[in-house]
Structures are given as C-alpha cells and as structure tokens.
Ligand binder design. Structure first.
Ligand code: SF4
Length: 578
C-alpha cells in the first residue's frame, strides 16, 4: 500500500479527491493509523458531527495479503457517542478491496453544502462521486440491493442506514460480506453518524484488476502463514469452539460463571440461557438449512460466522454474535432465538450497534417503558429507530441518553458507551478494561475474559482484585497492536496461549515488510497507540473521573457470587503507568 486518499466533501464545486504519499504514516495500519491521523488532524474539542471531524478508514498492515484472517477494516473519528477518540473495526470485504487498490487510508473530511446524499466509488481507475437521493432513508439491505443493480456483485459496499442519516449516537457503518449482505458493522461509538454528517450514504470499492498484496520475502511469508494457520487450527477456541458454535459458544460459559448480565445487569445468571446458547443456535441453524460455520470475509480460516434462517428456511440474518444474543436476549429477559435474529436483522438494516441498542432497550425496560421479557415490545421499540420517531431517536442515541430521558439511575455505560455481555462484578478484569479503555466500555479493548474465564494465557481469579490491572494493561497493549495488523482479534486466543503462534504473527509482519521486529517492538507499538488515544481524550476534556464504572457496580451485589466491583480508583489510575 503506498498512498493515502483524502476526500474533501466540502470542497468548492463538489467533493474532491486527492492522493497523498504515505509520508509519516509509513509502517502504520488499522487502528494505529486511524488513531494517529485523528489525533493529529482532528481538533479534540470539535463537535463530532461538524465539518471539523474526520472519518478515517484504514485496512490493516497485513490486509489484502494471503495471511488469514487479516481482512478487518478500522474506522476512526471523534466519537459522537463518547466524545473521545474512536476506532471501530469490522470484517466483510471492503478492507481487502481497499488494500489491494493500494490505499493505506481514506480520510473523509469537510461537509457538503445542501442536503444531497452522495455515493463515492473507488476503483483501479480512481475515485468518483455522484448524488443519489433515491437512497434516502433506506435501510442497509435495500440500499445495497439498489446499488447492486448499478455497480454489480463484484464489489464491496460500505453503507449507512437510517440511523447514520439521522446522525444517531449508536449509528454504525455496514460492510458487505462475501454474499453482499450488509452484516459486518463498524458498530461502536457512532461512526455511522459521522459518515452521515458528511452526507455519504455509500462507498463502493471495486478491486477489479488488482491482485493479492505481495510480501517482501515470499518464502519466509509463506512459512509464517503455514505456522500461523496451524496454530489457529490446533487451538481449541479458534480451531473448534468458534468454527462450530460461533461467538455465542460463550453464553453457557458466562452463565455458568455467574457473570452473564441479566435484566439490565441485575443478576449474573439467566434462566433461559440454554435456549439461546451457541449450541442451541448452531443446531437450529443447520436444521433450517442455514450455516453454523461461515467466513465473514474471504480467506478467514476460523469462520466463526454463520447464517440464520427462519422456520421456512428463508434467510433472516447472519448468525447473531454472542454480544447480540446477550444484549437483546438475556439482558432484556428474552429467550427466543427467532426474536433475537429479527432484532439483529433490524439493527443491521437500520445501521445501529447491537450492543448499544440492546442495552438501551434494557434501560427502557428498567424504566418501565415495556416489561423485561416483552419480545413484541422490543421489536416495536427497535422499529421506532428505523422510523426515526422521537422515541426511536432517543433509543438510537444509546443507553446513556435513554437513561437520562427516562430518569434511570442504573445505566451500564462508561464514557457514555454501553457495556457488553460480561458483568464487571463477575469478571473483575473486564471491569478494569471497561473503566479505563480509551474507547469507552469495550470488551474487545482488552479481553480479560480470556484469562479470567477461559484460562487462556494463564489464569487470574475473576472474582478477586489481584492481578486485574496488570492483566487488562497487557491485553490492552496487545490489542492495540493486533488491531493495527488487520487481523481479527479472535486470533488472540491462539497467540496468547501458543508462543510459536505469536512468533508466527511477528514473522508475518517481518516477512511482509522486510523488517526485524521483536515481540517488544509490537508491545511498544501498542503502548504508543494507547498513549496517543489517551492524549487525545485528555485534550477533549477526559479526566480520571471518566475512568470509572457507574457507582451501582460498587454498591449492588451480583448474584450468584454476591460480589461487587472491588478494584479501586487508585488501582485503575495505574493502568497506563508503564
Ligand atoms: S473469525 Fe469470525 S469475525 Fe473474525 S474474520 Fe473470521 S469470520 Fe470474521
């Protein structure tokens, strides 16, 4: 990759594209690149929906190569949800196409005058812009269907749904998968609202005429690919659990551990968990002619994704992820996979983060808007988001806003971003990550579940405070680096457990770029990214008070372990002292 594409949506006479050399951004990719560009070019005090914010899109360092699974796409900006720096990444096909076209990053800045909706096409010939107001307030599915008639089936689409156009805080950016379904989302932090604020409805990426990106040292690269793939295939999580049951394999595990947030984080076990578990989901999917094993992008050998059909064998949505099954399921007291699949389809269609919306509906249930367990009510509430009603805009603005509007005290957010599917009282290490992450409450920022619950990379007792800050620190550093490679974070299970698989990852980078990085260099990159993000947030006004969980986690005991979150503020403040 050798160029940066800068698109000024507010240029006089209409959107304008310019190419820039990589310059100081050489050697960066994915999250590292989006965060460095945002930190350098975006005023931390700007309004996230203003012309001053920028949407930075970046494939990873290994994206577009033959390394698996390296097709993640990072999107960065100042977040409309948290007010801090944001990086949100997704699978799908767009990252590989952009990488093969030679783009290190695409920076979308400015804002067009007027109300027209724009399409951006990127292919081997260059960049094009066109107005298409016929797409206005269409969901992602209808949008892609219309676009396919014009641009065909051999391209990757990045689109926003109604939520992005309405600039809601939970709005996502959808990336199409191999079957051209808009199911892989940069979901967290409202990145879709920033795309909507730039009046960009769709980005169409056509890789025709390109080939795989080639490594500097093909022999060493091929050997590293082989070792890396063998490592993924022999590990129990990446080789067996995820391919067979998807991420939802975690429902029974977390429920058993007593850390499955139920009824808006009121208890740690859900009676209906077995009905919505990964095992039940895989059986249902295969019995209906769907798929329990599927790759969200070309070349992924873990294949944790799937296809969920209805009782008539008709496609509904991709296999809902663990976090989605939890947010719309156990968190809301709904033990029905068909309802959860419908909600997942609606989330993808409207273009909203499934975690944020499930938690927002849980908060609305806490407020008594509808009772816990009311499946029809949940479908109705989510439908309001797509319709853009005032209530839908409240919910689509996230759990924090929903809590404020309905006067709810128990709102599980950090930096205004909803907590995912692990109760921080039952897994203290993930509580440290939620509290301190630069991204707001985000399990992927430092997945302490691996070591606290799955005993990957050692074991730290999930119910005790000892070792949790160190665990989260190390995971956050490693994650920031992995998020820069374009590798799916699920490789971390094998990389943490198997030294030779970690070494193979370093070897992949070295062979591809002709470098001689060590594990320490990779850790140094992770620290640099985190420090850059922390500095941006500090300039945006964040203080130590923002690195805390809502008070009720320290006050209310979580059944069945009857435990509170016990890591002190003083300890949390040590996380970034390295
Ligand atoms: S492991 Fe799953 S989420 Fe990751 S790239 Fe593969 S299919 Fe996509």
């Amino acid at each position: 990759m050798d160029k940066v594409l800068r698109i000024d949506m507010g240029a006089a006479g209409g959107p304008k594209a310019t190419l820039e050399p990589v310059g100081e951004y050489a050697g960066l990719g994915g999250r590292g690149l989006t965060s460095f560009i945002v930190a350098k070019e975006v005023d931390p005090l700007c309004h996230p929906l203003s012309a001053a914010n920028k949407l930075v899109i970046a494939p990873g360092l290994l994206t577009g190569s033959s390394a698996s699974p390296s097709g993640r796409l990072s999107v960065g900006c100042k977040s409309p949800l948290t007010g801090g720096i944001k990086e949100s990444n997704a699978g799908g096909q767009a990252a590989q196409a952009l990488a093969r076209l030679g783009y290190l990053a695409v920076i979308i800045e400015g804002q067009p005058a007027g109300d027209d909706l724009w399409k951006i096409t990127i292919d081997a010939k260059g960049v094009g812009f066109s107005v298409d107001n016929s797409l206005r307030m269409l969901g992602n599915y209808d949008t892609v269907e219309k676009l396919r008639k014009v641009h065909g089936d051999k391209v990757a689409y990045m689109t926003i749904g109604q939520a992005g156009e309405l600039k809601l805080g939970a709005a996502s950016i959808a990336c199409t998968d191999r079957e051209l379904r808009p199911t892989r989302h940069c979901g967290r932090g409202g990145v879709g609202a920033v795309m909507g604020s730039k009046k960009v409805k769709a980005i169409i990426v056509d890789e025709a005429g390109t080939t795989l990106r080639g490594p500097r040292d093909p022999v060493k690269f091929k050997a590293a690919v082989k070792t890396f793939n063998e490592g993924l295939q022999k590990h129990a999580v990446t080789g067996q659990g995820l391919p067979a049951f998807g991420t939802n394999v975690l429902t029974n595990v977390l429920n058993e551990a007593g850390a499955y947030p139920t009824f808006n984080f009121r208890q740690g076990r859900f009676e209906g968990a077995s009905k919505i578990s990964g095992e039940a989901q895989a059986e249902l999917e295969t019995s209906r002619g769907g798929l329990a094993t599927h790759a969200c992008h070309r070349g992924c050998i873990i294949q944790c994704s799937g296809i969920f059909n209805d009782a008539d064998g008709k496609y509904v949505t991709k296999q809902p992820e663990y976090e989605t099954v939890w947010s719309h399921g156990g968190n809301c007291g709904i033990a029905d996979l068909d309802v959860i699949a419908k909600l997942d389809r609606m989330d993808d269609d409207f273009g909203v983060d499934t975690i944020e919306l499930g938690v927002a509906i849980g908060v609305a249930m806490e407020a008594g808007v509808i009772p816990f367990g009311d499946a029809a009510g949940a479908l109705r509430l989510l439908g309001e988001v797509g319709a853009g009603t005032p209530l839908g805009r409240v919910l689509g603005s996230g759990a924090g806003v929903t809590g404020k509007v309905f006067g709810v005290e128990r709102v599980p957010v950090v930096k205004n971003q909803a907590m995912p599917a692990y109760d921080p009282r039952g897994v203290q290490g993930i509580g440290v990550t939620y509290a301190t992450s630069t991204q707001g409450a985000d399990h992927t920022a430092g997945y302490a579940i691996a070591t606290n619950i799955l005993k990957v990379g050692g074991f730290v007792d999930p119910l005790q405070t000892e070792g949790q800050v160190e665990l989260s620190r190390n995971l956050q550093i490693a994650t920031a680096a992995v998020d820069s490679t374009g590798m799916c974070l699920f490789i971390a299970f094998a990389v943490l457990d198997q030294p030779e698989t970690f070494q193979a990852l370093v070897d992949l980078l070295n062979a591809f770029y002709g470098l001689s990085l060590t594990g320490d260099d990779v850790a140094a990159l992770g620290k640099k990214i985190l420090s850059t993000e922390r500095a941006f947030n500090a300039r945006a006004g964040f203080t130590a008070a923002d690195d805390r969980l809502p008070r009720f986690f320290e006050q209310e005991k979580l059944a069945p372990h009857e435990v509170t979150f016990k890591v002190t503020g003083e300890a949390l403040d040590q996380l970034f002292n390295w």
